[in-house]
Design a protein around this ligand. Structure first.
Ligand code: C5P
Length: 405
Protein backbone atom coordinates (compact mmCIF):
# COMPACT_ATOMS: atom_id res chain seq x y z
CA UNK A 1 0.00 0.00 0.00
CA UNK A 2 2.94 2.29 0.63
CA UNK A 3 3.58 2.26 -3.14
CA UNK A 4 0.25 4.03 -3.78
CA UNK A 5 0.20 7.47 -5.28
CA UNK A 6 -0.97 10.04 -2.74
CA UNK A 7 -4.71 10.28 -3.05
CA UNK A 8 -5.53 13.39 -0.99
CA UNK A 9 -9.04 12.02 -0.56
CA UNK A 10 -11.01 13.23 2.43
CA UNK A 11 -12.42 10.11 4.03
CA UNK A 12 -14.66 9.99 7.04
CA UNK A 13 -14.26 6.68 8.84
CA UNK A 14 -17.19 5.79 11.09
CA UNK A 15 -16.63 3.20 13.79
CA UNK A 16 -19.61 1.59 15.48
CA UNK A 17 -19.70 -0.75 18.46
CA UNK A 18 -18.29 -4.24 18.03
CA UNK A 19 -15.20 -6.24 18.77
CA UNK A 20 -14.00 -5.64 15.18
CA UNK A 21 -13.56 -1.95 16.08
CA UNK A 22 -9.92 -2.63 16.85
CA UNK A 23 -9.36 -3.66 13.23
CA UNK A 24 -10.54 -0.22 12.10
CA UNK A 25 -7.27 1.12 13.51
CA UNK A 26 -5.41 -0.76 10.76
CA UNK A 27 -7.90 0.53 8.18
CA UNK A 28 -7.29 4.14 9.21
CA UNK A 29 -3.54 3.60 9.17
CA UNK A 30 -3.64 2.13 5.63
CA UNK A 31 -5.75 5.03 4.34
CA UNK A 32 -3.43 7.59 5.93
CA UNK A 33 -0.39 5.78 4.47
CA UNK A 34 -2.02 6.00 1.02
CA UNK A 35 -2.20 9.78 1.41
CA UNK A 36 -5.85 10.16 2.42
CA UNK A 37 -6.95 12.71 4.97
CA UNK A 38 -8.97 10.76 7.49
CA UNK A 39 -11.35 11.96 10.22
CA UNK A 40 -12.78 9.38 12.58
CA UNK A 41 -16.23 9.46 14.13
CA UNK A 42 -17.08 6.83 16.74
CA UNK A 43 -20.42 5.85 18.18
CA UNK A 44 -20.75 5.84 21.94
CA UNK A 45 -20.56 2.03 22.08
CA UNK A 46 -17.47 1.93 19.84
CA UNK A 47 -15.59 3.91 22.49
CA UNK A 48 -16.08 0.96 24.87
CA UNK A 49 -13.98 -1.21 22.58
CA UNK A 50 -11.24 1.18 21.47
CA UNK A 51 -10.22 4.50 23.00
CA UNK A 52 -10.76 7.55 20.78
CA UNK A 53 -7.17 8.51 21.55
CA UNK A 54 -5.97 5.49 19.54
CA UNK A 55 -7.77 6.73 16.44
CA UNK A 56 -6.58 10.26 17.11
CA UNK A 57 -3.00 8.98 17.12
CA UNK A 58 -3.30 7.10 13.80
CA UNK A 59 -5.44 9.67 11.97
CA UNK A 60 -3.61 12.70 13.32
CA UNK A 61 -6.90 14.46 14.10
CA UNK A 62 -9.19 14.64 17.12
CA UNK A 63 -11.95 12.04 17.09
CA UNK A 64 -15.62 13.07 17.28
CA UNK A 65 -17.98 10.95 19.34
CA UNK A 66 -21.03 13.07 20.17
CA UNK A 67 -23.42 15.24 18.22
CA UNK A 68 -24.01 17.87 20.84
CA UNK A 69 -20.45 18.71 21.81
CA UNK A 70 -20.27 22.50 22.05
CA UNK A 71 -16.49 22.63 21.91
CA UNK A 72 -16.16 20.36 18.86
CA UNK A 73 -19.05 22.08 17.09
CA UNK A 74 -17.30 25.42 17.45
CA UNK A 75 -14.46 23.95 15.32
CA UNK A 76 -15.81 21.96 12.36
CA UNK A 77 -19.54 21.58 13.04
CA UNK A 78 -21.32 18.41 12.01
CA UNK A 79 -22.76 19.88 8.81
CA UNK A 80 -19.32 21.15 7.79
CA UNK A 81 -17.90 17.69 8.56
CA UNK A 82 -20.62 16.08 6.42
CA UNK A 83 -19.73 18.41 3.54
CA UNK A 84 -16.00 17.88 4.06
CA UNK A 85 -16.21 14.10 3.50
CA UNK A 86 -15.67 12.83 -0.04
CA UNK A 87 -16.26 9.26 1.08
CA UNK A 88 -17.80 7.74 4.18
CA UNK A 89 -16.58 4.32 5.26
CA UNK A 90 -18.14 2.65 8.27
CA UNK A 91 -16.17 -0.23 9.72
CA UNK A 92 -17.38 -2.07 11.63
CA UNK A 93 -21.04 -1.43 10.83
CA UNK A 94 -23.08 -3.05 13.59
CA UNK A 95 -26.60 -4.46 13.16
CA UNK A 96 -27.90 -1.53 15.21
CA UNK A 97 -26.16 1.06 13.06
CA UNK A 98 -27.42 -0.56 9.85
CA UNK A 99 -30.96 -0.50 11.26
CA UNK A 100 -30.65 3.16 12.19
CA UNK A 101 -29.25 4.09 8.77
CA UNK A 102 -31.95 2.09 6.98
CA UNK A 103 -34.59 3.92 9.01
CA UNK A 104 -32.99 7.31 8.31
CA UNK A 105 -32.45 8.05 12.00
CA UNK A 106 -30.24 10.89 13.16
CA UNK A 107 -29.92 10.06 16.84
CA UNK A 108 -26.16 10.31 17.09
CA UNK A 109 -23.32 12.01 15.24
CA UNK A 110 -22.50 9.18 12.82
CA UNK A 111 -26.08 8.58 11.65
CA UNK A 112 -26.62 12.35 11.38
CA UNK A 113 -23.52 12.72 9.20
CA UNK A 114 -24.74 9.96 6.89
CA UNK A 115 -28.03 11.83 6.45
CA UNK A 116 -26.38 15.20 6.00
CA UNK A 117 -23.76 14.09 3.48
CA UNK A 118 -23.99 13.43 -0.24
CA UNK A 119 -20.73 11.44 -0.18
CA UNK A 120 -20.86 7.75 -1.18
CA UNK A 121 -21.20 5.48 1.83
CA UNK A 122 -19.47 2.12 2.20
CA UNK A 123 -20.30 -0.23 5.05
CA UNK A 124 -18.28 -3.15 6.35
CA UNK A 125 -20.82 -5.07 8.44
CA UNK A 126 -19.63 -7.03 11.47
CA UNK A 127 -21.89 -8.98 13.77
CA UNK A 128 -22.80 -12.40 15.08
CA UNK A 129 -23.80 -14.70 12.21
CA UNK A 130 -27.34 -15.14 13.56
CA UNK A 131 -27.80 -11.37 13.72
CA UNK A 132 -26.54 -11.02 10.13
CA UNK A 133 -28.84 -13.79 8.89
CA UNK A 134 -31.88 -12.35 10.71
CA UNK A 135 -34.57 -11.18 8.27
CA UNK A 136 -34.58 -7.75 9.94
CA UNK A 137 -30.88 -7.23 9.19
CA UNK A 138 -31.24 -8.66 5.69
CA UNK A 139 -34.15 -6.28 5.02
CA UNK A 140 -32.04 -3.34 6.26
CA UNK A 141 -29.20 -4.49 4.03
CA UNK A 142 -31.55 -4.56 1.03
CA UNK A 143 -32.85 -1.06 1.80
CA UNK A 144 -29.31 0.30 2.09
CA UNK A 145 -28.15 -1.42 -1.12
CA UNK A 146 -31.16 -0.03 -3.00
CA UNK A 147 -30.21 3.41 -1.74
CA UNK A 148 -26.78 3.06 -3.29
CA UNK A 149 -24.83 2.21 -0.16
CA UNK A 150 -21.98 -0.14 -0.96
CA UNK A 151 -21.42 -3.17 1.25
CA UNK A 152 -17.94 -4.53 1.82
CA UNK A 153 -18.34 -8.08 3.11
CA UNK A 154 -19.11 -9.44 5.57
CA UNK A 155 -16.85 -12.46 5.41
CA UNK A 156 -17.68 -15.89 6.70
CA UNK A 157 -15.53 -17.72 9.21
CA UNK A 158 -14.95 -18.10 12.92
CA UNK A 159 -16.26 -15.24 14.99
CA UNK A 160 -15.20 -13.64 18.26
CA UNK A 161 -18.39 -15.03 19.86
CA UNK A 162 -17.19 -18.57 19.13
CA UNK A 163 -19.68 -19.22 16.34
CA UNK A 164 -18.93 -19.77 12.67
CA UNK A 165 -20.77 -18.19 9.76
CA UNK A 166 -21.23 -15.03 7.73
CA UNK A 167 -20.86 -11.83 9.73
CA UNK A 168 -17.15 -11.38 10.31
CA UNK A 169 -15.80 -8.02 9.23
CA UNK A 170 -13.82 -8.03 6.00
CA UNK A 171 -10.10 -7.71 6.72
CA UNK A 172 -9.03 -4.06 7.06
CA UNK A 173 -6.48 -4.37 4.22
CA UNK A 174 -9.22 -5.55 1.88
CA UNK A 175 -11.51 -2.71 2.99
CA UNK A 176 -8.70 -0.22 2.40
CA UNK A 177 -8.08 -1.60 -1.12
CA UNK A 178 -11.77 -1.33 -1.97
CA UNK A 179 -11.95 2.22 -0.62
CA UNK A 180 -8.75 3.28 -2.37
CA UNK A 181 -9.99 1.79 -5.64
CA UNK A 182 -12.68 4.50 -5.52
CA UNK A 183 -10.22 7.31 -4.90
CA UNK A 184 -8.44 6.96 -8.20
CA UNK A 185 -5.23 6.19 -6.33
CA UNK A 186 -4.77 2.51 -7.07
CA UNK A 187 -2.78 0.40 -4.76
CA UNK A 188 0.08 -1.28 -6.73
CA UNK A 189 -0.21 -4.42 -4.65
CA UNK A 190 0.01 -6.75 -7.68
CA UNK A 191 3.23 -5.25 -9.02
CA UNK A 192 5.64 -7.96 -10.19
CA UNK A 193 2.93 -10.59 -10.61
CA UNK A 194 2.29 -12.27 -13.94
CA UNK A 195 -1.40 -12.86 -14.60
CA UNK A 196 -3.15 -14.66 -17.44
CA UNK A 197 -6.91 -14.21 -17.88
CA UNK A 198 -9.18 -15.99 -20.34
CA UNK A 199 -12.36 -14.10 -21.19
CA UNK A 200 -15.45 -14.25 -23.35
CA UNK A 201 -17.03 -17.18 -25.10
CA UNK A 202 -15.42 -19.34 -27.74
CA UNK A 203 -16.79 -19.89 -31.25
CA UNK A 204 -16.76 -23.41 -32.58
CA UNK A 205 -17.23 -23.44 -36.37
CA UNK A 206 -19.87 -25.54 -38.09
CA UNK A 207 -18.95 -24.28 -41.55
CA UNK A 208 -17.27 -21.09 -42.84
CA UNK A 209 -20.26 -18.90 -41.88
CA UNK A 210 -21.83 -20.61 -38.87
CA UNK A 211 -20.63 -21.42 -35.40
CA UNK A 212 -21.68 -22.60 -31.95
CA UNK A 213 -21.31 -19.83 -29.35
CA UNK A 214 -22.74 -18.68 -26.02
CA UNK A 215 -23.97 -15.50 -24.35
CA UNK A 216 -20.77 -14.58 -22.55
CA UNK A 217 -19.83 -10.93 -23.20
CA UNK A 218 -16.33 -11.15 -21.74
CA UNK A 219 -17.07 -8.28 -19.34
CA UNK A 220 -16.01 -10.12 -16.18
CA UNK A 221 -12.67 -11.27 -17.63
CA UNK A 222 -11.97 -7.84 -19.14
CA UNK A 223 -12.78 -6.18 -15.79
CA UNK A 224 -10.39 -8.55 -13.99
CA UNK A 225 -7.64 -7.84 -16.51
CA UNK A 226 -8.21 -4.07 -16.24
CA UNK A 227 -8.25 -4.06 -12.46
CA UNK A 228 -5.15 -6.26 -12.14
CA UNK A 229 -3.23 -4.05 -14.59
CA UNK A 230 -4.30 -0.96 -12.68
CA UNK A 231 -2.87 -2.62 -9.56
CA UNK A 232 0.47 -3.20 -11.24
CA UNK A 233 0.23 -6.79 -12.53
CA UNK A 234 1.70 -7.85 -15.87
CA UNK A 235 -1.52 -9.02 -17.55
CA UNK A 236 -2.15 -11.13 -20.66
CA UNK A 237 -5.79 -11.31 -21.67
CA UNK A 238 -6.73 -14.18 -23.97
CA UNK A 239 -10.10 -13.24 -25.34
CA UNK A 240 -12.74 -14.96 -27.40
CA UNK A 241 -14.54 -12.72 -29.94
CA UNK A 242 -15.57 -9.53 -28.11
CA UNK A 243 -16.26 -5.93 -29.06
CA UNK A 244 -14.92 -4.70 -25.71
CA UNK A 245 -11.91 -2.35 -25.82
CA UNK A 246 -8.55 -3.61 -24.60
CA UNK A 247 -8.00 -2.32 -21.04
CA UNK A 248 -5.06 0.02 -20.48
CA UNK A 249 -1.74 -1.69 -19.92
CA UNK A 250 -3.05 -5.16 -20.87
CA UNK A 251 -1.54 -7.45 -23.55
CA UNK A 252 -4.44 -8.93 -25.50
CA UNK A 253 -4.52 -12.03 -27.68
CA UNK A 254 -7.68 -12.67 -29.66
CA UNK A 255 -8.78 -16.23 -30.29
CA UNK A 256 -11.86 -17.88 -31.76
CA UNK A 257 -12.01 -21.49 -30.66
CA UNK A 258 -11.33 -23.41 -27.44
CA UNK A 259 -8.38 -25.08 -29.16
CA UNK A 260 -6.86 -21.68 -30.01
CA UNK A 261 -7.47 -20.47 -26.46
CA UNK A 262 -5.77 -23.55 -25.06
CA UNK A 263 -2.76 -23.11 -27.37
CA UNK A 264 -2.42 -19.46 -26.34
CA UNK A 265 -2.53 -20.37 -22.63
CA UNK A 266 -0.09 -23.26 -23.05
CA UNK A 267 2.41 -20.99 -24.80
CA UNK A 268 2.78 -18.99 -21.59
CA UNK A 269 5.13 -20.99 -19.43
CA UNK A 270 5.29 -18.99 -16.25
CA UNK A 271 2.51 -17.21 -14.44
CA UNK A 272 1.70 -16.42 -10.83
CA UNK A 273 -2.04 -16.32 -11.29
CA UNK A 274 -4.39 -17.85 -13.86
CA UNK A 275 -8.01 -16.72 -14.04
CA UNK A 276 -10.32 -18.78 -16.23
CA UNK A 277 -13.17 -16.34 -16.79
CA UNK A 278 -13.93 -17.56 -20.30
CA UNK A 279 -17.09 -19.48 -21.09
CA UNK A 280 -15.28 -22.15 -23.06
CA UNK A 281 -17.48 -24.31 -25.26
CA UNK A 282 -17.60 -27.81 -23.83
CA UNK A 283 -17.85 -29.33 -27.31
CA UNK A 284 -16.72 -28.53 -30.84
CA UNK A 285 -18.02 -29.77 -34.15
CA UNK A 286 -16.13 -32.96 -35.02
CA UNK A 287 -15.64 -32.14 -38.67
CA UNK A 288 -16.47 -28.53 -39.63
CA UNK A 289 -17.50 -28.26 -43.28
CA UNK A 290 -15.10 -26.54 -45.65
CA UNK A 291 -18.00 -25.03 -47.64
CA UNK A 292 -21.26 -23.47 -46.50
CA UNK A 293 -23.70 -26.28 -45.66
CA UNK A 294 -26.86 -26.41 -47.73
CA UNK A 295 -30.34 -27.07 -46.37
CA UNK A 296 -31.29 -30.65 -46.95
CA UNK A 297 -33.67 -32.81 -44.94
CA UNK A 298 -36.04 -31.80 -42.11
CA UNK A 299 -33.46 -32.65 -39.47
CA UNK A 300 -29.73 -32.40 -39.28
CA UNK A 301 -27.25 -33.95 -36.89
CA UNK A 302 -23.94 -32.51 -35.84
CA UNK A 303 -21.37 -34.71 -34.21
CA UNK A 304 -19.64 -32.94 -31.34
CA UNK A 305 -16.33 -33.72 -29.68
CA UNK A 306 -15.40 -32.80 -26.14
CA UNK A 307 -13.06 -29.78 -25.91
CA UNK A 308 -9.97 -29.86 -23.69
CA UNK A 309 -10.37 -28.23 -20.30
CA UNK A 310 -8.01 -25.25 -20.38
CA UNK A 311 -8.17 -24.46 -16.69
CA UNK A 312 -7.58 -28.08 -15.74
CA UNK A 313 -4.48 -28.07 -17.92
CA UNK A 314 -3.08 -25.13 -15.96
CA UNK A 315 -4.04 -26.62 -12.60
CA UNK A 316 -2.25 -29.86 -13.56
CA UNK A 317 1.07 -28.15 -14.36
CA UNK A 318 4.02 -29.25 -12.28
CA UNK A 319 4.73 -25.61 -11.42
CA UNK A 320 1.20 -24.42 -11.15
CA UNK A 321 0.11 -20.86 -10.54
CA UNK A 322 -2.72 -19.87 -8.20
CA UNK A 323 -5.84 -20.86 -10.17
CA UNK A 324 -9.14 -19.00 -10.09
CA UNK A 325 -12.14 -20.36 -11.98
CA UNK A 326 -15.74 -19.43 -12.50
CA UNK A 327 -18.90 -21.47 -12.32
CA UNK A 328 -22.28 -20.43 -13.59
CA UNK A 329 -24.96 -22.57 -12.02
CA UNK A 330 -28.72 -22.61 -12.21
CA UNK A 331 -29.30 -24.63 -9.02
CA UNK A 332 -27.59 -25.84 -5.79
CA UNK A 333 -24.95 -23.15 -6.23
CA UNK A 334 -22.69 -23.85 -3.24
CA UNK A 335 -22.70 -27.61 -3.61
CA UNK A 336 -22.05 -27.61 -7.36
CA UNK A 337 -19.40 -24.90 -7.16
CA UNK A 338 -17.50 -26.56 -4.32
CA UNK A 339 -17.55 -29.90 -6.13
CA UNK A 340 -16.24 -28.21 -9.28
CA UNK A 341 -13.55 -26.36 -7.35
CA UNK A 342 -12.18 -29.56 -5.90
CA UNK A 343 -12.54 -31.60 -9.08
CA UNK A 344 -10.60 -29.09 -11.16
CA UNK A 345 -8.05 -28.21 -8.50
CA UNK A 346 -8.95 -24.51 -8.33
CA UNK A 347 -7.62 -22.44 -5.44
CA UNK A 348 -10.64 -20.17 -5.62
CA UNK A 349 -13.96 -20.45 -7.43
CA UNK A 350 -16.27 -17.56 -8.22
CA UNK A 351 -19.78 -18.91 -8.53
CA UNK A 352 -22.82 -17.13 -9.79
CA UNK A 353 -26.41 -18.05 -10.21
CA UNK A 354 -27.46 -17.71 -13.82
CA UNK A 355 -30.80 -16.10 -14.49
CA UNK A 356 -32.38 -13.39 -12.31
CA UNK A 357 -30.95 -10.90 -14.85
CA UNK A 358 -27.47 -11.54 -13.56
CA UNK A 359 -24.41 -13.21 -14.94
CA UNK A 360 -24.04 -13.40 -18.70
CA UNK A 361 -23.95 -10.28 -20.81
CA UNK A 362 -24.93 -7.91 -17.98
CA UNK A 363 -22.87 -5.13 -16.38
CA UNK A 364 -23.71 -6.38 -12.89
CA UNK A 365 -23.24 -9.69 -11.19
CA UNK A 366 -23.34 -11.24 -7.73
CA UNK A 367 -20.67 -13.77 -6.82
CA UNK A 368 -20.06 -16.34 -4.18
CA UNK A 369 -16.36 -16.96 -3.63
CA UNK A 370 -15.30 -20.32 -2.21
CA UNK A 371 -11.83 -21.48 -1.28
CA UNK A 372 -10.34 -24.03 1.11
CA UNK A 373 -11.72 -23.01 4.49
CA UNK A 374 -13.24 -19.74 3.33
CA UNK A 375 -16.24 -18.17 1.70
CA UNK A 376 -17.23 -14.64 0.73
CA UNK A 377 -20.56 -13.41 -0.60
CA UNK A 378 -20.26 -10.50 -2.99
CA UNK A 379 -23.68 -8.92 -3.40
CA UNK A 380 -24.83 -7.50 -6.72
CA UNK A 381 -22.38 -4.90 -7.99
CA UNK A 382 -20.80 -3.83 -11.25
CA UNK A 383 -18.17 -6.18 -12.60
CA UNK A 384 -15.31 -3.70 -12.05
CA UNK A 385 -16.00 -3.61 -8.33
CA UNK A 386 -16.40 -7.37 -8.20
CA UNK A 387 -13.10 -7.77 -10.04
CA UNK A 388 -11.40 -5.71 -7.34
CA UNK A 389 -12.90 -7.85 -4.62
CA UNK A 390 -11.89 -11.09 -6.34
CA UNK A 391 -8.30 -9.81 -6.50
CA UNK A 392 -8.47 -8.66 -2.86
CA UNK A 393 -9.57 -12.16 -1.91
CA UNK A 394 -6.70 -13.66 -3.90
CA UNK A 395 -4.26 -11.40 -2.08
CA UNK A 396 -5.80 -12.30 1.27
CA UNK A 397 -5.52 -16.07 0.62
CA UNK A 398 -1.90 -15.68 -0.51
CA UNK A 399 -1.03 -13.66 2.57
CA UNK A 400 -2.74 -16.17 4.86
CA UNK A 401 -0.86 -19.05 3.19
CA UNK A 402 2.38 -17.15 3.55
CA UNK A 403 1.71 -16.37 7.21
CA UNK A 404 0.89 -20.01 8.04
CA UNK A 405 4.15 -21.30 6.54
O1 C5P B 1 -16.91 -27.09 -15.82
P1 C5P B 1 -17.23 -25.67 -16.12
O2 C5P B 1 -17.23 -25.38 -17.60
O3 C5P B 1 -18.44 -25.13 -15.44
O4 C5P B 1 -15.98 -24.89 -15.45
C1 C5P B 1 -15.91 -23.55 -15.55
C2 C5P B 1 -14.50 -23.08 -15.36
O5 C5P B 1 -13.58 -23.85 -16.12
C3 C5P B 1 -14.34 -21.67 -15.86
O6 C5P B 1 -13.37 -21.03 -15.06
C4 C5P B 1 -13.87 -21.86 -17.29
O7 C5P B 1 -13.16 -20.74 -17.78
C5 C5P B 1 -13.02 -23.10 -17.19
N1 C5P B 1 -13.05 -23.96 -18.39
C6 C5P B 1 -11.92 -24.07 -19.18
N2 C5P B 1 -11.95 -24.92 -20.28
C7 C5P B 1 -13.04 -25.61 -20.59
C8 C5P B 1 -14.19 -25.49 -19.80
C9 C5P B 1 -14.16 -24.65 -18.70
O8 C5P B 1 -10.91 -23.43 -18.90
N3 C5P B 1 -13.03 -26.40 -21.65
Amino acid sequence: MSESAPSNQRILVGVSGGIAAYKAVTLVRRLVEAGCEVRVVMTESATRFVAPLTFQAVSGHPVRTTLLDAEAESGMDHIALARWAEQIVIAPASADLMARLAAGMADDLLSTLCLASTAPVQLAPAMNQQMWAHPATQANRDVLLKRGVCLLGPDAGSQACGETGAGRMMEPEAIASAVLADTGAPSRDLAGQRLVVTAGGTREPIDPVRFIANRSSGRMGFALAAEAARRGADVTLIAGPSALPTPAGVTRMDVQTAAEMQAAVEAIETMDLFIGAAAVADYRVADPAGQKLKKQGETMTLELLRNPDILQGVADRAERPFVIGFAAETERLVEHAETKRRAKGMDLICANRVGENLGFDTPDNALLLLWEGGRRDLPKADKTRLAGEVLDTYQQIRQEKHASR
